[in-house]
Design a protein around this ligand. Structure first.
Ligand code: G
Ligand code: G
Ligand code: MN
Ligand code: NA
Length: 254
């Protein structure tokens, strides 16, 4: 069933929804942002996770239109939460595929989502993977610098699993590194994972970047990250990705 036509129909029927996973400041424990994560609410088979349809969306080119809708919806939701709860410094993080750079007009998609929702560009963060930087370096750099001028923030997702060199970090002017959850999993028991996480935190801080750890599932992992100066975390320990209404309840208590 994972063919282009079923994704096209899902788009038309508005079956793609966003869940939101809180991101917390480690020192204060406050929610400082959320990551938007797409789900397909299929009326026949239930909730389909992104791993099962993003690859088809990419190979069929539909990711460009899906990504455009994700940006629109994430910005619209952020605006609604800001009207309800304030959240002036809050970050809405959105995952971006390489094809949105190459086949779509990412600058136009981002700037119109910002304009139509009325949010401030500085409250939107794009999560890029290292593969985008490897494969589409020149094109990505050009689009990124235009988006930076607009005030949009950038992070590197799954940091450490790809190929980003120090030269990229220097040229890109990103704001944040996301330590991949594969390094976080055994951070408190595996000395190599601990060393890698420690090195990413030090490197990032020397470059003036914010460091967030993904996939934090327990107190021991969080304690290690806190002790080593990591700035933020997200993971099941605090919350799974949640539907908008449930995430809104957490924000109201924050
Ligand atoms: O939500 P979950 O952990 O199952 O996400 C699995 C993968 O799908 C992650 O790597 C995530 O980056 C990717 N993903 C989730 N939402 C989006 C989206 O809106 N756009 C793109 N391109 N990838 C997404
Ligand atoms: O690649 P990306 O970082 O965008 O993927 C985020 C994915 O990680 C989402 O699919 C989300 O559901 C998943 N995730 C979030 N928190 C945790 C966690 O604490 N443990 C695990 N195993 N997965 C997590
Ligand atoms: Mn991500
Ligand atoms: Na990740």
């Amino acid at each position: 069933i994972m063919v282009r036509n079923s994704l096209l129909r899902a788009l038309e029927r508005r079956e793609f929804v966003l869940h939101y996973q809180p991101q917390l400041d480690i020192k204060s424990g406050h929610i400082v942002g959320v990551e938007a994560l797409i789900r397909w609410e299929n009326p026949d088979i239930g909730i389909v996770p992104p791993d099962r349809f993003i690859p088809v969306a990419e190979s069929s080119g539909l990711i460009v239109e899906i990504g455009r809708r994700v940006l629109q919806e994430a910005c619209r939701q952020l605006k609604a939460w800001q009207e309800e709860f304030g959240l002036a410094d809050f970050v809405m993080a959105v995952n971006i595929s390489a094809l949105q750079f190459t086949r779509g007009d990412l600058y136009e998609a981002v700037s119109s989502a910002i304009r139509e929702s009325g949010i401030d560009a500085s409250n939107l963060e794009l999560e890029l993977t290292e593969s985008i930087l490897l494969k589409e370096a020149d094109q990505a750099l050009e689009v990124m610098s235009r988006l930076r001028k607009l005030g949009v923030k950038m992070s590197i997702d799954d940091f450490g699993t790809g190929y980003s060199s120090m030269a990229y970090l220097k040229r890109l002017s990103v704001d944040k590194l996301k330590i991949d959850r594969s390094f976080v999993k055994d951070i408190d028991v595996d000395s190599e994972d601990a060393a890698i996480a420690h090195a990413v935190i030090s490197l990032g801080h020397i470059l003036g970047l914010t460091i967030i750890a993904e996939g934090v599932e327990n107190e021991a992992q969080l304690a290690f990250l806190h002790a080593h100066g990591c700035d933020q975390y997200q993971g099941y320990y605090y919350s799974r990705p949640l539907p908008a209404a449930e995430c809104g309840r957490l924000l109201s208590k924050n």
